[in-house]
Design a protein around this ligand. Sequence first.
Ligand SMILES: *[C@@H]1O[C@H](CO)[C@@H](O)[C@H](O)[C@H]1NC(C)=O
Ligand SMILES: *[C@@H]1O[C@H](CO)[C@@H](O)[C@H](O)[C@H]1NC(C)=O
Ligand SMILES: *[C@@H]1O[C@H](CO)[C@@H](O)[C@H](O)[C@H]1NC(C)=O
Ligand SMILES: *[C@@H]1O[C@H](CO)[C@@H](O)[C@H](O)[C@H]1NC(C)=O
Length: 347
Amino acid sequence: MDAASLIIKFHVIFFILLLVCSNSNSTLAMAANDSSSGGVTNFSTAILIRVDQSGQGDFKKIQDAIDAVPSNNSELFFIWVKPGTYREKIVVPGDKPFITLSGTEASNTIITWSEGGDITDSPTLTVLASDFVARYLTIQNSFGTSGKAVALKVKGDRVAFYGCRIQSYQDTLLDDAGRHYYSNCYIEGAVDFIFGNAASLYERCHIHSVAAGAITAQGRESPLENTGFTFLGCKITGTGGSTALGRPWGSYSRVVFAYTFMSSIIQPEGWNDWGDSTKQSTAYYGEYKCYGAGANRSKRVGWSRSLSNEEAAPFLTKNMIGGRSWLRPAPTHFKRRSTIVTPTGEN
Ligand SMILES: *[C@@H]1O[C@H](CO)[C@@H](O)[C@H](O)[C@H]1NC(C)=O
Ligand SMILES: *[C@@H]1O[C@H](CO)[C@@H](O)[C@H](O)[C@H]1NC(C)=O
Ligand SMILES: *[C@@H]1O[C@H](CO)[C@@H](O)[C@H](O)[C@H]1NC(C)=O
Ligand SMILES: *[C@@H]1O[C@H](CO)[C@@H](O)[C@H](O)[C@H]1NC(C)=O
């Protein structure tokens, strides 16, 4: 395929994606906020880097493509990853904002690594940069059931994931710090598998528990912190033992489930104080208009909340993460950069 037809193919693919995004939620198309533009002036155009294991792209490894983005870049970079299983441990460093990493389908574009132990060192993908976007990727830590093994750590501000599969067992997603948006993602694990102290909105995600444990362990430490996890229009399924919706990693842990289907995998008590009853009065655990066998609140712990319309309202929009100012559609124009696209750029 020559460059011209590649670009045309991209236009078609992303025009379709754009239609999907704008149909499903119009606020995704809000204009950029100057305070988060970081010097980027044209959000419709990105520099394209192709990663292809067959050697026909600019790089064979995803990390090499990220390394090729200049420090303090002031243009969007769109790294298009061809289908394949990439056995890599990847870091997006803090000085490289505005990178999008995109597969075409999560089922065939897989980033996988196997490492357990420390939550800081184990992640398969670590995002330290702001304004990062991932699309249609599987991000997996295949370490298994014998300890902490993070698949994805997100520490940058204004980071979004669309249509990704995030898989491990214990501590799958370290949703560490910053404001994040997860749309149509599949997240799998058993123990505390969505944890950290970010402010995040999970919209239309499928949360799948593979053994007894807890879904969330949100880490808010003080009532002054503006962090917490909201699950909006999600679906919770599972196999194996009974699962709690959450337990407080931080004393002021804050989690809300709204309009979410809960299968019988959710234990009747719903929430767990992690063996510290003082956290019952400081954690904020709410449910709003959820449904399914696991959503029956008749045996819920008394310190969890059934939210009123007024109480739920702040958690039901992207304002919770300031999303109107930074969530934006994928670029529609792509250009190459001669400094990146060289025959020796392959490795
Ligand atoms: C951008 O965000 C900042 C701080 O959140 C706000 O003060 C400013 O009014 C916003 N600008 C626009 C154009 O929305
Ligand atoms: C952004 O780039 C596209 C494609 O090069 C161009 O058509 C458009 O006018 C640019 N927009 C701005 C605001 O410069
Ligand atoms: C990138 O920006 C940071 C902070 O402004 C600065 O310390 C660093 O030297 C810059 N790096 C380059 C390569 O310009
Ligand atoms: C909720 O559970 C209680 C007790 O197990 C039961 O009596 C009630 O019918 C259930 N409610 C619904 C809506 O299924």
